[in-house]
Design a protein. Structure first.
Length: 282
């Protein structure tokens, strides 16, 4: 008799193969969540994912964090994109974090957002991080259980693209309350969204919705919306998967300028209003 009869491959499932199985029951052969840092009180953990790179995942992470901050919530960002960190620069945070007996103290941006990132541990923030997957996954766990987050209403986890080591580590080790999938308008969007959705579904993580980035560019002269990456297909994908579209964000040079200047938190972003409301209801 299989050890885990609820597993989709239960007919060939045994004790060894069930170790780490997303279908395993909590407290049984399933992987236990990493304990929260004793000096932290985090109410909600939100993962931001994408099926591929280059769709503006960190941009959406920062946008949602800033929006929730402006709505009066205490927010933090765990930059889990270890080999391609960008969150500190977007918020104008530089230097190195320091440690206490309780753990690492995250940097605090001008707007109060708490941030932990590999760039805040390096002597040179432009130095490449050339580590193998297991080491990177271990660092992500440390960012969770060795960072003194204090009181946080929403901790956003900015993950690297794809379905590799880091997303798997986050889904298995952190108490993720839901994920936001980020994509772009191209027709291959359905495949991209489905990859992220299916991984979350396998790990029993709720998918809160999808955000489309680079939806259009508004002409500064006539106001016409130019579909640089083609017509949107996100509504079709969202309908098929029965998840909401949380926003469609345009290409805006002003947003890029604020990010480059480390003043991203000053941005007013009305395009994610639906996403903010979903987060408030968690």
């Amino acid at each position: 008799m299989p050890e885990n009869s609820s597993c989709s491959s239960a007919s060939s499932c045994g004790r060894e193969s069930c170790e780490g199985c997303p279908s395993a029951k909590k407290g049984g052969s399933g992987i236990e969540k990493e304990p929260m840092n004793a000096a932290s009180n985090i109410k909600k953990v939100i993962g931001v994912v994408s099926g591929k790179g280059g769709v503006g995942k960190s941009f959406v992470t920062s946008s949602l964090a800033s929006a929730m901050n402006k709505a009066g919530y205490k927010v933090g960002i765990l930059d889990a994109d270890i080999t391609g960190p960008s969150i500190p620069k977007m918020f104008g945070v530089h230097g190195q974090v320091y440690g206490t007996e309780d753990g690492m103290i995250p940097m605090v941006a001008e707007d109060g957002t708490k941030i932990i990132s590999i760039n805040l541990l390096l002597d040179d923030e432009e130095a490449p991080v050339i580590w193998r997957g297991p080491v990177i996954a271990g660092v992500v766990k440390q960012f969770w259980n060795e960072t003194v987050w204090g009181d946080i209403d929403y901790l956003f986890v900015d993950m690297p693209p794809g379905t590799g080591d880091v997303p798997l580590t986050v889904f298995q080790s952190l108490p993720v309350d839901g994920i936001v999938v980020v994509t772009s308008p191209q027709e291959l969007v359905q495949m991209i969204v489905k990859k992220a959705y299916n991984m979350a579904d396998m790990m029993h993580i709720p998918v809160l919705g999808v955000v489309e980035n680079f939806s259009y560019l508004k002409c500064p002269d006539c106001g016409k919306e130019i579909k640089v990456f083609g017509e949107s297909h996100v509504d079709e994908a969202a309908l098929e998967l029965n998840i909401p579209v949380l926003g469609k964000m345009p290409i805006d040079p002003e947003y890029a300028k604020l990010a480059d200047e480390g003043r991203f938190f000053e941005m007013e972003n009305p395009y994610l209003a639906a996403g903010v409301e979903v987060l408030k209801k968690l």
